[in-house]
Design a protein around this ligand. Structure first.
Ligand code: PMP
Length: 298
């Protein structure tokens, strides 16, 4: 996939520059040790034709909290980054896009703290997906990082070695995606998405603590409130998940995507008839509708 071309513009430390000409330091602490934090954000063309960055404030607030959790200096306000993001969308002629801010460290081959951090924001085309193809998911042989060894609630670059290993393993075995357990063997999350299952008209999802508290997960819970769907946050095992009526992943990139099977056990409910499907449709409406109070650019 081409993430950029010769004329793509990125936001780099206060300036709008060509991605093809931008540089970074090969002696950076982020490159060598995975010591960086990032976000995955999406923008959508709304029903009335404007561009809307979905939950922009929440994402930039999490970026800040991730940086602080890793003791990285952080001096940006959400509003200035949102403004910069709308500007790169506009300069690159993008409406339906994936947006990738990353906060990274200067040259530093030691483990010592830094006096400054840098920021880069890139964006590339990504259409509304809401996949119709249901996923075949397998239990990963990799567990999520132990929260006693990592700041698991932070979206830190280094954590994603774990996601890459799990996702590559699942694909090498012929599955679409992996599901990872936590260090105690309870279901945690996917490599880049949170998980819900449906049983007898109710949804269940793992509690925060051993997972990345997803912004889409929070949106799904808001939608459940509106639809009067009961949701319980509690620990559960892969065996319990296999007894579910249906299941789905949710995340900024994945949106809401149903599962066909888990460890080769096919779910009994037809996706069309599940709560997950109703939530998927409500999510689509939410991301493409101009909500009150959200920043929007014509
Ligand atoms: N868990 C992990 C490990 C992730 O990488 C993501 C994607 N950021 C999520 C969950 C879902 O988070 P969000 O809904 O905020 O994109």
């Amino acid at each position: 996939m081409a993430y950029y071309h010769n004329n793509t513009i990125i936001y780099l430390n206060g300036a709008y520059v060509k991605a093809a000409e931008a540089t970074t330091d090969f002696f950076g602490q982020s490159l060598h040790y995975g010591y960086a934090v990032f976000e995955g954000i999406r923008s959508y063309q709304t029903a009335s034709g404007e561009t809307k960055i979905f939950k922009a404030t929440e994402h930039y607030e999490r970026l800040k909290q991730s940086a602080l959790a890793l003791n990285m200096p952080y001096h940006w306000e959400p509003d200035e980054l949102i403004e910069a993001t709308y500007e790169i969308l506009s300069q690159n002629n993008l409406q339906n896009a994936y947006i990738r801010p990353v906060v990274y460290a200067p040259a530093n081959m030691s483990f010592n703290p830094n006096n400054e951090s840098y920021i880069m924001i890139a964006a590339w085309e990504m259409g509304l997906f809401l996949g119709e193809k249901l996923l075949r998911v397998m239990t990963s042989s990799f567990q999520r990082p132990n929260p006693k060894g990592f700041r698991i609630e932070a979206k830190a670059s280094g954590h994603y070695v774990n996601s890459i290993l799990a996702s590559q393993e699942a694909k090498a075995k012929g599955f679409d995606e992996a599901l990872l357990t936590d260090m105690n063997g309870y279901v945690a999350e996917g490599p880049g998405a949170n998980v819900f299952f449906e049983k007898n008209g109710k949804l269940y999802t793992p509690p925060t603590g051993n997972i990345l508290p997803g912004i889409t997960r929070a949106t799904v819970m808001e939608i459940c409130k509106e639809l009067n769907v009961p949701v319980e946050e509690r620990l559960f095992t892969t065996d319990e998940l296999k007894q579910a009526d249906s299941a789905f992943f949710c995340g900024t990139a994945a949106e809401v995507i149903g599962w066909q099977s888990f460890d080769e056990v096919t779910f009994p409910a037809k996706w069309e008839n599940t709560i997950g499907r109703s939530i998927q449709q409500a999510y689509k409406n939410r991301v493409t509708e101009a909500a009150k109070g959200e920043l929007i650019k014509k």
